[in-house]
Design a protein around this ligand. Structure first.
Ligand code: ZN
Length: 244
């Protein structure tokens, strides 16, 4: 089965739609795994939740922005723009949608994978960006592989590897899953931060036991226009075209 792995959709419907179409161009997608922050920052929280939940089979976990949007987490730690967007998002969500977000698990184990937004040490807060942070998650992993999001930066991290095990996650290359324990970040869909504004996502092929990272272009200006009309903060609008 081909499983579409996405993270940090951030209410960006144009980006998510492009990813879903692109992922399906060379075969059916049997399941969606969504690593949190489905909402926050962008203009279409309800529509993005609908698209995720339309998948016949999906697994979705909570991110910090999901919890902030329903008041389950304060916005004191957020910068001005993120807090503003969280309050705006809260006002858009139906009570049913808020209930859905409130019921999302923080950590899910599926077969050989553990899914968590930030890290296993601190599921919705920690940015897994250092060897020390990776080590703490490897210690807690009970599966060979762990999928994380939150930083919006794609990477592969091999347990015991050089330079903390972090390596770039190559594009359009099937990476075989073998003996090495791995932490994998597919990159961000709705607000990439690695210098490339195109959404980044992963296809996990459970028969071939491989992961492949891909990118696809979308109509950034359409999302930006919606954000301006919604009165969302200008820095959030501008950063979409820079991928930072
Ligand atoms: Zn995020």
């Amino acid at each position: 089965m081909r499983i579409l792995v996405v993270s940090d959709i951030h209410s960006n419907l144009e980006a998510l739609t492009a990813v879903v179409e692109d992922a399906g161009r060379d075969g059916d997608i049997g399941e969606l795994w969504c690593l949190g922050d489905t909402v926050g920052y962008g203009p279409d929280p309800g529509e993005c939740l609908r698209l995720v939940r339309e998948f016949p089979s999906y697994v979705c976990i909570a991110g910090n922005h999901d919890l902030a949007a329903i008041g389950k987490m304060g916005t004191e730690e957020f910068n001005y723009a993120a807090a503003h967007a969280a309050h705006w998002t809260a006002a858009q969500l139906s009570s049913e949608e808020a209930g859905f977000l409130g019921d999302l698990p923080l950590v899910v184990g599926i077969g050989k994978f553990t899914l968590v937004h930030g890290s296993l040490r601190s599921p919705v807060w920690e940015y897994l960006m250092s060897a020390e942070a990776a080590g703490a998650t490897f210690q807690r992993m009970t599966t060979p592989y762990c999928l994380v999001g939150h930083s919006h930066i794609p990477f592969l991290c091999v347990e015991g590897g050089e330079r903390g095990g972090f390596a770039p996650f190559p594009l359009d290359t099937k990476v075989g899953l073998g003996e090495d324990r791995l932490i994998i970040n597919p990159g961000g869909v709705g607000q990439p931060r690695d210098g490339d504004p195109r959404p980044s996502y992963v296809i996990y092929d459970s028969e071939a036991e491989s992961v492949e990272r891909r990118r696809v272009a979308y109509d950034i200006s359409a999302t930006q226009e919606k954000m301006r009309r919604a009165g969302l903060p200008a820095p959030l609008v501008d950063r979409l075209e820079h991928g930072r």
